[in-house]
Design a protein around this ligand. Structure first.
Ligand code: ATP
Ligand code: MG
Length: 293
């Protein structure tokens, strides 16, 4: 068989596995659940081990420099985990690895206990239910708030399907619910370009919520926001906790103080400390490398 054919075969196998994982939350082996006679809910991620996200001994080097170094971390379903740490600690790189943007050199990255994220591409990982918000808002400025949210439902469809796309009743309800959650119900007809920086950030979070992600990754979400916008964002995140799992990177300590349960401190690509904000703030090593004296 030529390498081309082998490659195509491998891609077909992987496409089948993605479809299977999307519909059942299981891999081809049937996963753990197969042995326990448990009923599967379509699209469900297997969190019976108490983890929605599990990283073990993940390492990635760029030109010999270890940006992530034997990183292990796990997140519980519905948890809101905050990640702090100095510039260059590897926080964003960690999100790049979870979302398939960067491949680690070694280690394990699992979504639930059965989905090996290292076997999926970036778009497939988004489809599996991991939404990512980058620091800069990337809404469509020439479209209204409504159109931006509507568009978020189309992103996984083909061109033809998108052309004939109409919201059904459940999707309309979802859109109205998301508008309430992100405090933009009164601005639904406004062009996104006319929104404030904070409102654009909320709209982008709303676009992620339209897909009903199981896990949301948010990189410095309140950077550049006013104090009032930051407070509202804290309320928003607290309202999302429990319904979704959230991983939030931030440098704003008062924001972290408002939203955090457990804080993980990253430094030199691995976990330096973990605990409540008060606990990590009292940790000498954290004071040394990040918070200052
Ligand atoms: N694609 C890449 N190629 C080369 N080096 C990279 C790449 N991505 C990240 N790095 C390096 O890896 C290290 C970790 O970067 P990363 O952006 O993850 O840090 P961070 O914790 O998010 O920092 P900040 O708080 O400043 O956002 C840095 O030294 C960065 O220069
Ligand atoms: Mg970063």
């Amino acid at each position: 068989m030529t390498p081309d054919l082998m490659e195509q075969g491998a891609q077909r196998v992987q496409a089948r596995q993605v479809a299977l994982a999307l519909h059942t939350g299981q891999t081809e082996s049937g996963g753990r659940a197969a042995g326990f006679s448990r009923l599967n809910t379509p699209g469900e991620v297997d969190v019976t081990h108490g983890c929605i996200l599990y990283l073990e001994n993940v390492t990635v080097s760029f030109d010999g420099f270890k940006a992530i170094d034997q990183l292990s971390l796990d997140i519980a379903p519905g948890e809101l985990r905050c990640i702090i740490g100095p510039n260059g600690a590897g926080k964003t790189t960690m999100m790049d690895i979870i979302t398939g943007k960067t491949r680690p050199d070694s280690g394990m990255v699992f979504f639930g206990s059965t989905i090996d994220l290292l076997r999926y591409t970036e778009p497939q990982i988004a489809q599996l239910g991991i939404g990512r918000k980058f620091q800069k808002p990337t809404v469509f400025e020439q479209l209204t708030v409504f159109e931006n949210l509507e568009l978020a439902l189309k992103t996984h469809k083909g061109v033809r399907a998108s052309m004939f796309f109409r919201l059904d009743a459940a999707q309309r309800d979802r859109l109205a619910e998301v508008l309430l959650t992100i405090h933009l119900s009164a601005d639904v007809a406004r062009l996104a370009g006319t929104l404030s920086h904070g409102q654009k950030q909320w709209l982008e979070i709303g676009m992620l919520l339209m897909q009903d992600p199981k896990l949301l990754l948010l990189d410095e979400p309140v950077a550049g926001m006013t104090d009032e916008e930051t407070e509202r964002t804290a309320e928003l995140f607290l309202s999302l906790k429990g319904k979704h799992s959230l991983l939030v990177i931030e440098h704003d300590m008062s924001f972290i103080d408002t939203i955090s349960d457990i804080v993980t401190v990253l430094c030199d690509g691995s976990v330096l400390a973990q605990g409540t904000l008060a606990q990590v703030q009292a940790d000498e090593r954290v004071i040394e490398v990040y918070l200052g004296r």
